[in-house]
Each structure stands twice: as structure tokens, then as C-alpha cells.
Design a protein around this ligand. Structure first.
Ligand SMILES: CC(C)(COP(=O)(O)OP(=O)(O)OC[C@H]1O[C@@H](n2cnc3c(N)ncnc32)[C@H](O)[C@@H]1OP(=O)(O)O)[C@@H](O)C(=O)NCCC(=O)NCCS
Length: 180
């Protein structure tokens, strides 16, 4: 398997911008900080998610924060990325949410990532990788050795990202049925 720089480490500015493509090199003038989400982040998280998914879900995000951002924090991780400007109201650049799930369908405890977004204006600057690396470290510290997520099979962006982080098809498949 291809060896990768750990996502928690700062990467060298290896990627060169070409044409109209965004500048993918890390910007040392605007370092990114990863931290746990706070209740005051909910409006920005809701707004970012609405921009990405085109569906406003304020109740959902309040509930996700209550369940994953404020309880059982040793196994539930709701992280945000922000410009590390030292300002109290630095804009959010992205978020990731996951939890330890144990013994679902006989599966040993694993780390599930079930929500993940980077601001479209801040993509391809390794912020997604930083968030993914941070939650991976938290799962590892919780004793977890396997991470899982779910992607739409035709979503090339999600597949490219998770594949680049070393995730591959697992040995479970998802089944579904339309209910009348
Ligand atoms: C997937 C996502 C989180 C990636 O975030 P990002 O900060 O732009 O990604 P990174 O800069 O950390 O990229 C890491 C790697 O992912 C892959 N990747 C990222 N963007 C890519 C793109 N547009 N095309 C191809 N590969 C890409 C690359 O392999 C990249 O590393 P490399 O360029 O060194 O090979 C972001 O695109 C996103 O938020 N997408 C929408 C997610 C969504 O739909 N959320 C709502 C439902 S939960």
C-alpha cells in the first residue's frame, strides 16, 4: 500500500496551482486549528452544511451536537476546523463527526465517520485531511483499530478523498429497501 504522510503532520507545499485550480499549498499565514465543536458553532455548522447539501437542517445539527458534541466525549467526536487567528469568532472551515460503534451485527468496536464537510472555498488545502487525521487519532487513543464510513458509490469526490486516506471497501455491504 502507498505510504502517506500522517494527516496530522504539516505537509510540504508540494502541490502547485495550475490555471484556475485552487491553491492547494498550505498557507502558513492562516494555519488551521482543529478543536472540538462548541454549542456556539452550531449556526455556522448548519450554514456550511446547507451550502454543501442545499438542505437546511437546524434541528438535526442541534441534535447531533447534543448527542455527539456534549455527551460520552471519550467515544464521540465532533470536531471543527477554523483559521487559527486567535480571534474568538474565527470562521469555520469544516467539520467531521464520528463515534465508536461496538458490536453492530457482530462487528468489533470500530470508528464510524458519519458527517464530514469542508467549506467549498477552503477545499484542496488539506483541511479535510487534517480533520480526518484528528478524528483518526482520537479513535486510536480510544483503542480503535478500524475506521468505517459510507459513501454514495457514484460520488467520485468522496471516494477519491477516503481512498487517498487509505480507506478501502470493507467486508460489509449496505442493503436497503423502499417501504410502501
Ligand atoms: C471530501 C472533502 C471533505 C475533502 O476535503 P478537502 O479539504 O478538500 O481535501 P484535502 O485537501 O484534504 O485532500 C486530501 C486528498 O483527497 C483527495 N482529493 C481531495 N479533493 C479532491 C478532488 N477535488 N479531486 C480528486 N481528489 C481529491 C486527494 O487525493 C487529496 O490529496 P492529494 O491531492 O495530495 O492526492 C471535501 O471535498 C468535502 O467537504 N466534500 C463534500 C462533503 C459532503 O458532501 N458533505 C455532506 C455530507 S456529510
Amino acid at each position: 500500500m502507498r505510504k502517506r504522510t500522517p494527516a496530522t503532520a504539516a505537509k510540504p507545499a508540494a502541490r502547485q496551482p495550475t490555471g484556475e485550480a485552487p491553491d492547494r499549498s498550505p498557507n502558513p499565514a492562516a494555519p488551521v486549528r482543529i478543536r472540538r465543536a462548541a454549542v456556539s458553532d452550531i449556526p455556522q455548522i448548519t450554514e456550511l452544511d446547507e451550502r454543501v447539501t442545499r438542505i437546511a437542517k437546524p434541528d438535526y445539527w442541534r441534535d447531533v451536537f447534543y448527542r455527539y458534541g456534549s455527551r460520552r466525549q471519550e467515544e464521540r467526536f465532533f470536531l471543527v476546523a477554523e483559521h487559527d487567528q486567535g480571534a474568538p469568532a474565527a470562521p469555520l472551515l469544516g467539520f467531521i463527526v464520528g463515534e465508536v460503534r461496538a458490536w453492530e451485527f457482530g462487528s468489533e468496536p470500530c470508528g464510524w465517520v458519519f458527517a464530514f464537510s469542508v467549506d467549498p472555498k477552503a477545499r484542496q488545502q488539506y483541511i479535510g485531511e487534517r480533520l480526518f487525521g484528528a478524528i483518526s487519532e482520537m479513535f486510536r487513543a480510544a483503542g480503535i483499530r478500524t475506521m468505517r464510513t459510507m459513501v454514495a458509490r457514484d460520488n467520485q469526490l468522496h471516494l477519491a478523498f477516503f481512498r487517498s486516506e487509505g480507506m478501502m471497501a470493507g467486508h460489509y455491504i449496505q442493503l436497503e429497501k423502499e417501504l410502501d
